[in-house]
Write a protein that binds this ligand. Structure first.
Ligand SMILES: Cc1cc2nc3c(=O)[nH]c(=O)nc-3n(C[C@H](O)[C@H](O)[C@H](O)COP(=O)(O)OP(=O)(O)OC[C@H]3O[C@@H](n4cnc5c(N)ncnc54)[C@H](O)[C@@H]3O)c2cc1C
Length: 478
């Protein structure tokens, strides 16, 4: 009997542990062809407002993840076939050449990704082959939800209560220890460099929260570090709103977004940690945050393309927000004259990362203070973020712009109180805005409140050495 071949198409699931597509393939096919396609539209294209679709921080992280995946596959007897082009064409060609029976992949839920998987499915049909979809991204399976996914509650609290009460999280699937070798006539292909993808190497910045390295190996090391080696998980709830350094939060997000780390794996590792050292509010809270991640994905499924529309999942018009490139540019460059905003925006530009606290503030400032179309901000984040994930990014922007499923009407961040609360000594601002380095604590967040004499004493001129604020900051003063 002929051996049946199956392709495993790796997408945002760049790992061997708890990989359902790979697991399903092992159960059905005798020979497995793992493949990754660098989609030219994702790596070379632009967003609607003209940003590169994938900035170089994320591109580098993905390249590293693909290299690591190839190494890990080689260590168990297989390899990773790499192509550059359109997945629906490249995988189709491979399926024809290798006379496979199926393509196994983890199903994506957002428009561009769905279009690709649908196009591949149509082509494969023409040669009598099929795509077998699995689930690879979440804590909760859609099939296990106590409601149809299209009835996901619009309130996160309601969602959380229901899943916590009725659903148990499935165990991670085993990591394969051996895979059959690839057929000899298959060209495995070279992994491109950043230059091949038309991108420059991103600079390294010592101020970066972490030296992120892509791949499952680094992801599992980070998990081990955050739980077992450092015990940082024990204080997560208290430290998670920090701004500086690697330890204030888990930093799992880049690995989660490329699927180098499975959320179920994190969950069961936390459970094992709790068994040994006991549970507390913090060990629970990390799981709580992972539920937010699931929630935005279910909302993405429920509302489809609406998460990308200006009127959001709510569907209410927001005509007062303008496509103002001039204001957007000042925000991007960290030249708004509001130090807490500028520090965060400069961190993003120089490192591809920003804390959750920072993201909430800069998003609110763009939309609620500058009255700029929130989609422009979301696209800039899409381009820059090393951990970009369509549902988490667009879902959070919907939320902050007031067009999502936030039960609180008119959520608004008072930037000065936020800055004083989360950066009380101005250390974060000084780290990213060297122009303000010599500033005393009482005016680090509001240089515009300084008198001319105070400025002279510091040999500083507001408007020349650092911009005057773009908006009247008195609105934030109690
Ligand atoms: C405007 C805006 C845009 C965002 N865009 C993204 C994005 O593109 N990709 C992304 O992964 N996160 C996004 N977030 C959520 C959050 O800021 C990041 O997940 C978090 O800062 C990553 O750092 P961490 O891994 O140390 O998080 P931790 O605090 O350690 O949390 C653990 C994990 O929980 C999940 N999580 C935590 N908070 C959220 C949240 N609010 N929404 C969804 N998941 C969450 C993440 O997977 C995170 O890795 C965005 C938030 C805002 C306000």
């Amino acid at each position: 009997m002929n051996k049946r071949n199956g392709i495993v198409w790796f997408r945002q699931d760049l790992r061997l542990h708890d990989n359902e597509a790979l697991f399903d393939a092992i159960g059905s096919a005798q020979r497995i062809l793992p493949v990754y396609v660098f989609d030219e539209r994702v790596f070379l294209g632009n967003t609607r407002f003209g940003f590169p679709k994938t900035g170089n921080f994320r591109a580098k992280f993905i390249l590293e993840s693909v290299i690591d995946l190839r190494n890990n596959l080689r260590s168990i007897g297989s390899d990773l076939i790499v192509r550059i082009g359109k997945p629906e064409e490249e995988i189709f060609k491979l399926a024809r050449q290798a006379k496979t029976s199926w393509v196994f992949c983890n199903r994506e839920r957002t428009r561009e990704e769905v279009e690709v998987q649908d196009a591949l499915e149509r082509r494969l049909w023409s040669i009598g082959q099929e795509v077998r979809f699995s689930r690879g991204k979440m804590l909760y399976y859609t099939a296990d939800l106590p409601f149809p996914v299209t009835h996901t509650p619009d309130s996160f609290s309601q969602f959380r209560k229901e899943v916590e009460r009725y659903v148990s999280i499935r165990k991670p699937l085993p990591t394969p220890s051996r895979l059959p070798a690839l057929p000899e006539d298959i060209d495995v292909g070279e992994i491109p460099t950043l230059q091949d993808l038309g991108m420059a190497e991103p600079g390294t910045d010592q101020r970066s929260v972490l030296n992120f390295k892509g791949g499952e190996t680094a992801a599992l090391e980070r998990l081990k570090y955050y739980l077992w080696d450092s015990g940082l998980i024990r204080t997560y709830k208290e430290s998670r709103n920090g701004l500086i350094g690697g330890d204030y939060s888990s930093k799992f997000s880049p690995w989660l977004s490329q699927g180098c780390l499975s959320p179920k794996k994190i969950y069961y590792e936390i459970k094992a940690y709790e068994q040994e050292f006991g549970s507390n509010k913090s060990t629970y809270w990390l799981i709580f945050e992972l539920m937010w991640r699931d929630y935005f994905r279910f909302i993405g499924k429920k509302y489809g393309d609406r998460i990308f529309l200006k009127s959001g999942t709510k569907g209410e018009p927001v005509e007062d927000l303008k496509d103002d490139y001039r204001l957007l540019e000042l925000w991007i460059e960290g030249r708004t004259g509001v130090p807490f905003i500028d520090a965060n925006m400069r961190e993003l530009k120089h490192t591809g990362f920003m804390s959750n606290r920072g993201r909430q503030n800069v998003a609110s400032f763009l939309v609620k203070d500058l009255m700029v179309n929130w989609q422009m901000g979301a696209e800039y984040f899409e381009s820059l973020l090393i951990d970009y994930d369509p549902c988490s990014n667009w879902g959070n922007w919907n939320y902050i712009a007031g067009v999502g499923c936030d039960p609180r009407e008119d959520r608004y961040f008072n930037i000065i109180s936020q800055a004083k609360r989360y950066d009380p000594k101005g250390e974060y601002v000084r780290l990213w805005i060297p122009e303000l380095d010599s500033f005393p604590g009482h005016c680090i967040h509001q240089p515009d409140l300084m008198t001319v004499e105070e400025q002279q004493a510091l040999e500083f001129t507001l408007g020349a050495d650092y911009p005057k604020p773009m908006i009247n900051t008195r609105r934030w003063v109690d």
